[in-house]
Design a protein around this ligand. Structure first.
Ligand SMILES: Nc1ncnc2c1ncn2[C@@H]1O[C@H](COP(=O)(O)OP(=O)(O)OP(=O)(O)O)[C@@H](O)[C@H]1O
Ligand SMILES: [Mg+2]
Length: 257
């Protein structure tokens, strides 16, 4: 049965999508079969996995509105170990449709149960918001990875995120299910400036053991890879950011045992 992990932080640009695609890629190198779910209207994860936005009709949002079965929307990628549930820019009021559904908290959970056994890991790239789309991701998940950018005001908004996690935890408890903070991931550390290390200390003081030992450095290969729409682990396999994502994958596997 696959472990489902949401990559969430309502703050924009902290490295959620970069983490989702590179963790998927790195886990696949370690022999793990991965489903990457793109829950962001920007559809960056979909594009970065080599899927042309014009090449499919239905997206994950059709699953969230219960208009389509999830298994029918999953797409193969060039990497046989990674499948993608793609996102598409949509004008459909997805959040409003979810609210109307009596199963509103569990739509993704229910849909995902059908394919869970086909994968070792299911990674969900969440949008930068804490609406029903993100809570559906968390309700369907065993754990959350919270990327925190090593920049000024890094901890800003984390209280709100933690409150949402607690709310989901209490709802899942009713079904005897759990949601853990799988790990807090420090991202985009600029090793040339001391303020970045201050954030590292602050986050470690607050989250203790939850913080992954692996820290993702700020690295130009990573932004270049985004520009070309590929994971950095493939674009520049020997770059510092690529090596750190591969290290992270090992930590994730260890924590999952
Ligand atoms: N380690 C890194 N080094 C350099 N640039 C990075 C690194 N990680 C991410 N970036 C860049 O930072 C930007 C934001 O990253 P990303 O899209 O992963 O964040 P996000 O949290 O998914 O954003 P959003 O909230 O908009 O979905 C991207 O342009 C990406 O290329
Ligand atoms: Mg993103």
């Amino acid at each position: 049965m696959g472990t489902v992990i949401s990559i969430a932080n309502q703050k924009g640009g902290v490295g959620k999508t970069t983490t989702a695609i590179n963790l998927a890629s790195s886990l696949s190198y370690l022999g793990k079969k991965v489903l990457l779910i793109d829950l962001d209207y920007q559809a960056n994860a979909t594009t970065c996995m080599g899927i042309d936005r014009g090449s499919f009709e239905k997206s994950v949002f059709d699953c969230l509105t219960d208009d389509e079965q999830l298994a029918n929307v999953i797409m193969k990628t060039d990497n046989p170990m990674i499948d993608v549930l793609p996102a598409k820019t949509t004008v459909d009021p997805v959040e409003e449709k979810i609210i109307m559904n009596s199963n509103r908290d569990f739509i993704l959970h229910t849909q995902l149960s059908v394919v869970k056994e086909d994968y070792d890991f299911i990674l969900i790239d969440c949008p930068p918001s804490l609406g029903y789309v993100t809570t559906n991701a968390m309700m369907a998940s065993d754990g959350v990875i919270v990327p925190v950018q090593c920049e000024f005001l890094a901890m800003d908004g984390l209280t709100q995120l933690l409150n949402t996690i607690r709310l989901v935890q209490s709802k899942k408890k009713v079904n005897k299910e759990t949601l853990t903070i799988f790990g807090v991931l420090l991202t985009m550390l600029d090793t040339r400036v001391s303020s970045g290390f201050q954030v590292v200390n602050e986050v470690k003081t607050y989250f203790g053991e939850k913080v992954f030992q692996t820290i993702i450095p700020r690295n130009v290969s990573c932004s270049n890879a985004t520009f070309y729409g590929v994971p950095v682990t493939e674009f520049s396999p020997k770059s510092k950011s690529s090596l750190s994502y591969r290290q992270l994958a090992k930590e994730v596997i260890l924590r999952n045992e």
